[in-house]
Design a protein around this ligand. Structure first.
Ligand SMILES: [Zn+2]
Length: 330
């Protein structure tokens, strides 16, 4: 099995966005420690809109210099030591600003498709450029902010123009619509990899894009009850390391606690307890790729332990890899 441990590298977008140190730098340093001890490499989808904003505001607010330096140095270090740095777009940074004390985050235009085609072209171009400048390496893979990449027909032209041809945002049967969010992966192909063209959930063998979906998992409500109760009982082990709050997702928590839901396989918090179970399910289906999502901010001490155990148990039998290693000819 090719196993991709992928992390969306970002702060929180709710009322309290948290600190760069606790949401990004410290938990990523823990990932670096695991990677180096076990000689594996991970994939980081870097929220480059944030780097652009830090760069813009650090001239006026010198207190942002530290955050800018910490992130750009860590991203460079990750890239130089063989981790993959790829594109994560949260276009709401276009409408957000720093007020001298905190980031004022406006999520009214949360999805890339909330912008017009000329704006989308400009965003993809500038956001990708930040990463190629920092790393000097090819950026070709994409993870949509909040999984919102539909309708893709509106993004298609910009992605082709800027050489983004692999997407890793879909998780089969995922579905959620609210004011800001919108993704519908119901009916996506039950495959480890496929081609598509204008719709990421419709296979098109001659399409311009490759989809390497995040591996899906079906969770019972009991699983999330356990997760919330454990968090109360032992916050030291189960509380997220990040010190901010997610943006509101109306009805989402209730849905998780009352019915079976389709979710991405994840290393965030208590989800990390299911890594081995998910791997076995994919092996039964004879899939060649396992894609795991995570967020440094949402890792807990528990999930870091679980990830380290998963890597230690499986690194001899399986291939922990990155998009660049698998898909770019060197
Ligand atoms: Zn994100």
């Amino acid at each position: 099995m090719n196993i991709y441990i992928t992390l969306d590298y970002e702060i929180y977008f709710g009322e309290n966005h948290g600190t760069v140190e606790k949401c990004i730098i410290y938990p990523t340093a823990e990932l670096i420690r695991i990677a180096e001890e076990h000689n594996v490499r991970f994939c980081f989808f870097v929220d480059c809109g944030f780097i652009l904003k830090l760069n813009e505001y650090r001239k006026k607010f010198p207190q942002l210099e530290n955050d800018y330096a910490a992130i750009t140095e860590q991203v460079k270090y990750l890239s130089q030591t063989g981790h993959d740095i790829q594109l994560h777009i949260h276009p709401h940074w276009e409408d957000s600003y720093y007020n001298g004390e905190r980031w004022v985050i406006d999520v009214n235009r949360y999805k890339l498709s909330d912008f017009n085609e000329a704006e989308i072209d400009d965003i993809v171009s500038r956001y990708k450029h930040v990463l190629t400048e920092l790393t000097g390496k090819t950026v070709f893979a994409y993870r949509a902010g909040g999984w919102c990449m539909q309708p893709f027909s509106k993004l298609r032209r910009a992605f082709i123009k800027h050489g983004v041809w692999l997407d890793s945002s879909v998780f089969r049967n995922g579905f959620y619509v609210s004011n800001n969010y919108e993704y519908d992966f119901r009916g996506a192909p039950d495959k480890a990899i496929y081609r598509f063209d204008s719709d990421p959930v419709k296979e098109d063998a001659s399409g311009m894009f490759t989809e390497l979906p995040i591996s899906p998992i079906r969770n019972s409500p009991l699983f999330f009850w356990k997760l919330f109760l454990l968090g109360r009982k032992n916050p030291y082990l189960h509380k997220p390391l990040g010190d901010g709050r997610a943006m509101p997702a109306p009805g989402y928590r209730k849905k998780l606690l009352t019915r079976f839901t389709n979710n991405p396989v994840s290393v965030d918090g208590y989800n990390a307890s299911l890594l081995n179970k998910s791997l076995r399910q994919l092996q039964i289906k004879e899939f060649e790729h396992m894609v795991v999502i995570g967020h440094p901010k949402a890792l807990s001490r528990y999930s870091i332990e679980q990830l380290e155990a998963f890597v230690a148990q499986n690194r001899e039998k399986h291939n922990f890899t990155t998009y660049s290693k698998q898909f770019l000819k060197s």
